[in-house]
Design a protein around this ligand. Structure first.
Ligand code: NAP
Length: 285
């Protein structure tokens, strides 16, 4: 029997409906001050431009505003820091999304960490990561936080499960591992220098593919009855996992597309609205 489809598209759509209602409540309480996400896109990577457009479209669908900041490919670190500093100081901006990756001459970590914690709705700062890892209130990186939300929605048990995360990037693999650990999984994190990767993946009750290489994780590495989360997305529509050979043997899986991607955006919207609610209620007499 095929595994359950962890339908991120469907859940994200539901979440957008709930968020749209909350936006209306906020607008009524604040005399029309709309939650606003600033999207910062540096350079001319077409995929990044598409991701930013999808995020701005989501803002529009739920009644939030977005502020577009676009900087040229040759932007340097100081110029990007200046842009972030002015968004930090702007009371009408509640969340800041700096689209990853930025051009190579920019110190991306410095720029991420310049985002004020209250506006770090994409969960990219060291501050946010540290708090999340310690189990303190934090927004959390949007993609892994979206995956956790999806797993929770489908009542996928995490506690005591053996989770294997393939990938350790700051925005995905590492925070994913910490979130699963906080949810009481036993977590193994794999990366480019991991040896015997297929054997490690075979031990997993839950596999997260976050490698950035199409169909890199082979179907026959995945144990029968595992939960399969594919965070990857590549041109042509494949993910990081060879899903076709797994869907009939796993308990549940995220489709590509329509699994993790929509949850990332819905989580970013949720966190932006939460930031706006906090900021605007603090400003209301
Ligand atoms: P990334 O920064 O390139 O990180 C890739 C990770 O995979 C690194 O930790 C790397 O290890 C590891 N890796 C590379 N080759 C490997 C190998 N042969 N064996 C084991 N591990 C290997 O990528 P990312 O930003 O985390 O993205 C990962 C995937 O998720 C991509 O497909 C991306 O498109 C997707 N993604 C999706 C969303 C969404 O919203 N749906 C958001 C973000 C990313 P090292 O650390 O050792 O180099």
């Amino acid at each position: 029997m095929p595994g359950i489809v962890l339908d991120g598209k469907k859940l994200a759509k539901k979440m957008e409906g709930w968020l749209a209602d909350r936006v209306q409540v906020l607008l009524a309480h604040t005399g029309g001050k709309a939650p606003t996400l600033a999207t910062v896109l540096v350079g001319d990577d077409p995929a990044s431009a598409v991701y930013v457009r999808m995020k701005r479209n989501a803002c529009r669908r739920i009644g939030m505003q977005s502020r577009r900041v676009e900087l040229p490919q040759e932007t340097n670190t100081e110029e990007l820091l200046d842009a972030i500093t002015s968004l930090n100081a702007d009371p009408d901006v509640h969340g800041i999304l700096l689209q990853h990756p930025v051009p190579p001459q920019i110190d991306e970590r410095r720029c991420f960490d310049a985002i004020r914690p209250e506006k770090d709705v994409d969960g990219v700062t060291c501050h946010d990561f540290g708090r999340m890892a310690m189990g303190e209130p934090a927004y959390g990186a949007a993609t892994p936080a979206g995956i956790m939300r999806l797993l929770e929605h489908y009542n996928i048990q995490i506690q005591s499960k053996r989770a294997v995360v393939v990938g350790r990037s700051p925005i995905l693999g590492k925070p994913m591992a910490m979130m699963l650990l906080n949810a009481h999984a036993t977590v193994t994190v794999c990366h480019s220098r991991t040896t015997h990767l297929p054997d490690i993946v075979r031990q997993a009750d839950l596999v997260v593919g976050a490698v950035g290489r199409p169909q890199f994780i082979k179907a026959d590495w995945i144990a029968e009855g595992a939960v399969v989360v594919d965070a990857g997305y590549h041109q042509g529509g494949s993910g990081d996992i060879e899903l076709a050979g797994v869907v009939d043997r796993c308990i549940a899986y995220t489709p590509v597309p329509g699994g993790v991607g929509p949850m990332t955006i819905a989580t970013l919207m949720t966190q932006t609205l939460a930031a706006a609610e906090t900021a605007l209620s603090a400003g209301t007499p």
